[in-house]
Design a protein around this ligand. Structure first.
Ligand code: NAD
Length: 297
């Protein structure tokens, strides 16, 4: 304990995660492109920095939590990035969800610079980031996993080493396929209920305890019936993940039919300006086709 951690990317997920590490007794050096979250973390006891390199130069481990591959590469291997400030033997833990190939590329640059690297994307969203209950999927070496484990134990309720660099990201893509397909199926189920004149909220409650019950429907059905599409997890991020899944599938020659359909649904929602809505707004796509709204009676 008392170990120094740099934390880069203080958005919906990164901010509460950084706060949990401070509560867990770590000394934090934080950086974001925007000043407001840095100032907020300073009030919680963190030291604000002017670049990712400045933050990593003060720390033993750096956590990054940014949107996608281009942001992760810029924050880690770019100018003023984490590697610039990191001493040999420093450990970088990228918890962003990015394409597995990009994680492997970052891992290679880290190797060349004598810096250790783990890809460690998460599932659970903002509520679990706040409560420290994330599910963490890790790619990298067993030695680096052991070094990061005390952090993972603060941030999450589970952390599993899935394989070499990129394996955590492959696992996250699998997660996003299951989550997105389930939300789409839930939207269709509740739209059918709404147009049949059966209260969608009652349908949700009736099916939640059976085989169809899941964390996904418990989180998203109430949002659909309350017409609350505040993120949470934005459509634009899910769109990014599903595009990354399709890219990986193309590289590996894997036909993904449900996933490619989901990609079209998310593309349509992006065009309709729903990128900033929660992914429960997949319901709006289905509702438009059916000419009915999911809402409680
Ligand atoms: P966000 O857009 O709210 O936050 C990203 C933050 O990173 C922003 O504050 C941005 O300014 C900062 N950033 C970007 N590039 C940077 C750089 N080079 N240097 C410093 N800061 C930089 O996104 P989020 O919702 O917190 O998601 C972060 C990651 O976690 C994404 O990959 C997302 O897919 C994943 N994720 C999100 C959720 C969720 O529910 N929001 C759930 C699971 C996983």
């Amino acid at each position: 304990m008392g170990q120094k951690i740099a934390f880069i990317g203080l958005g919906i997920m990164g901010k509460p995660m950084a706060k949990n590490l401070i509560s867990g007794g770590y000394e934090l050096y934080v950086y974001d492109l925007f000043p407001d979250p840095v100032a907020e973390l300073e009030k919680e006891g963190a030291t604000g920095c002017k670049s990712a390199a400045e933050a990593s130069s003060n720390a033993d481990i750096t956590v990054t939590m940014v949107q996608d591959g281009p942001q992760a590469e810029s924050a880690i291997t770019g100018e003023g990035g984490v590697i610039e400030g990191a001493a040999k033997g420093h450990l970088i833990v990228d918890m962003s969800s990015i394409a597995p190939g990009v994680s492997q590329r970052i891992g290679k640059v880290c190797d060349e610079n004598g810096v250790n690297f783990l890809d460690a994307p998460v599932s659970g969203g903002e509520p679990f980031a706040i409560s420290g209950d994330l599910a963490i999927m890790v790619g990298g070496s067993a030695e680096d996993f052991e070094v990061a484990k005390p952090l993972f134990d603060i941030l999450g309720k589970s952390s599993i080493l899935c394989g070499a660099h990129g394996a955590g990201q492959v696992t996250k893509l699998a997660n996003q396929i299951c989550v997105g397909a389930n939300i789409h199926a839930l939207a269709e189920a509740l739209t059918l209920a709404a147009k049949s004149g059966v209260n969608p909220e009652t349908v949700y409650k009736a099916i939640a305890g059976g085989l169809a019950g899941s964390n996904v429907i418990n989180a998203k059905a109430p949002m659909m019936v309350d017409r609350n599409f505040e993120p949470g997890f934005r459509i634009e991020l899910h769109y990014k993940d599903i595009n990354n899944a399709m890219e990986a599938a193309r590289d590996l020659d894997v036909p993904l039919q449900v996933t490619s359909n989901l990609q079209q649904v998310l593309t349509s929602l992006m065009i309709q300006g729903e990128g900033k809505s929660d992914h429960s707004a997949i319901a709006k796509y289905v509702e438009q086709l059916a000419g009915v709204e999911i809402k409680k009676h």
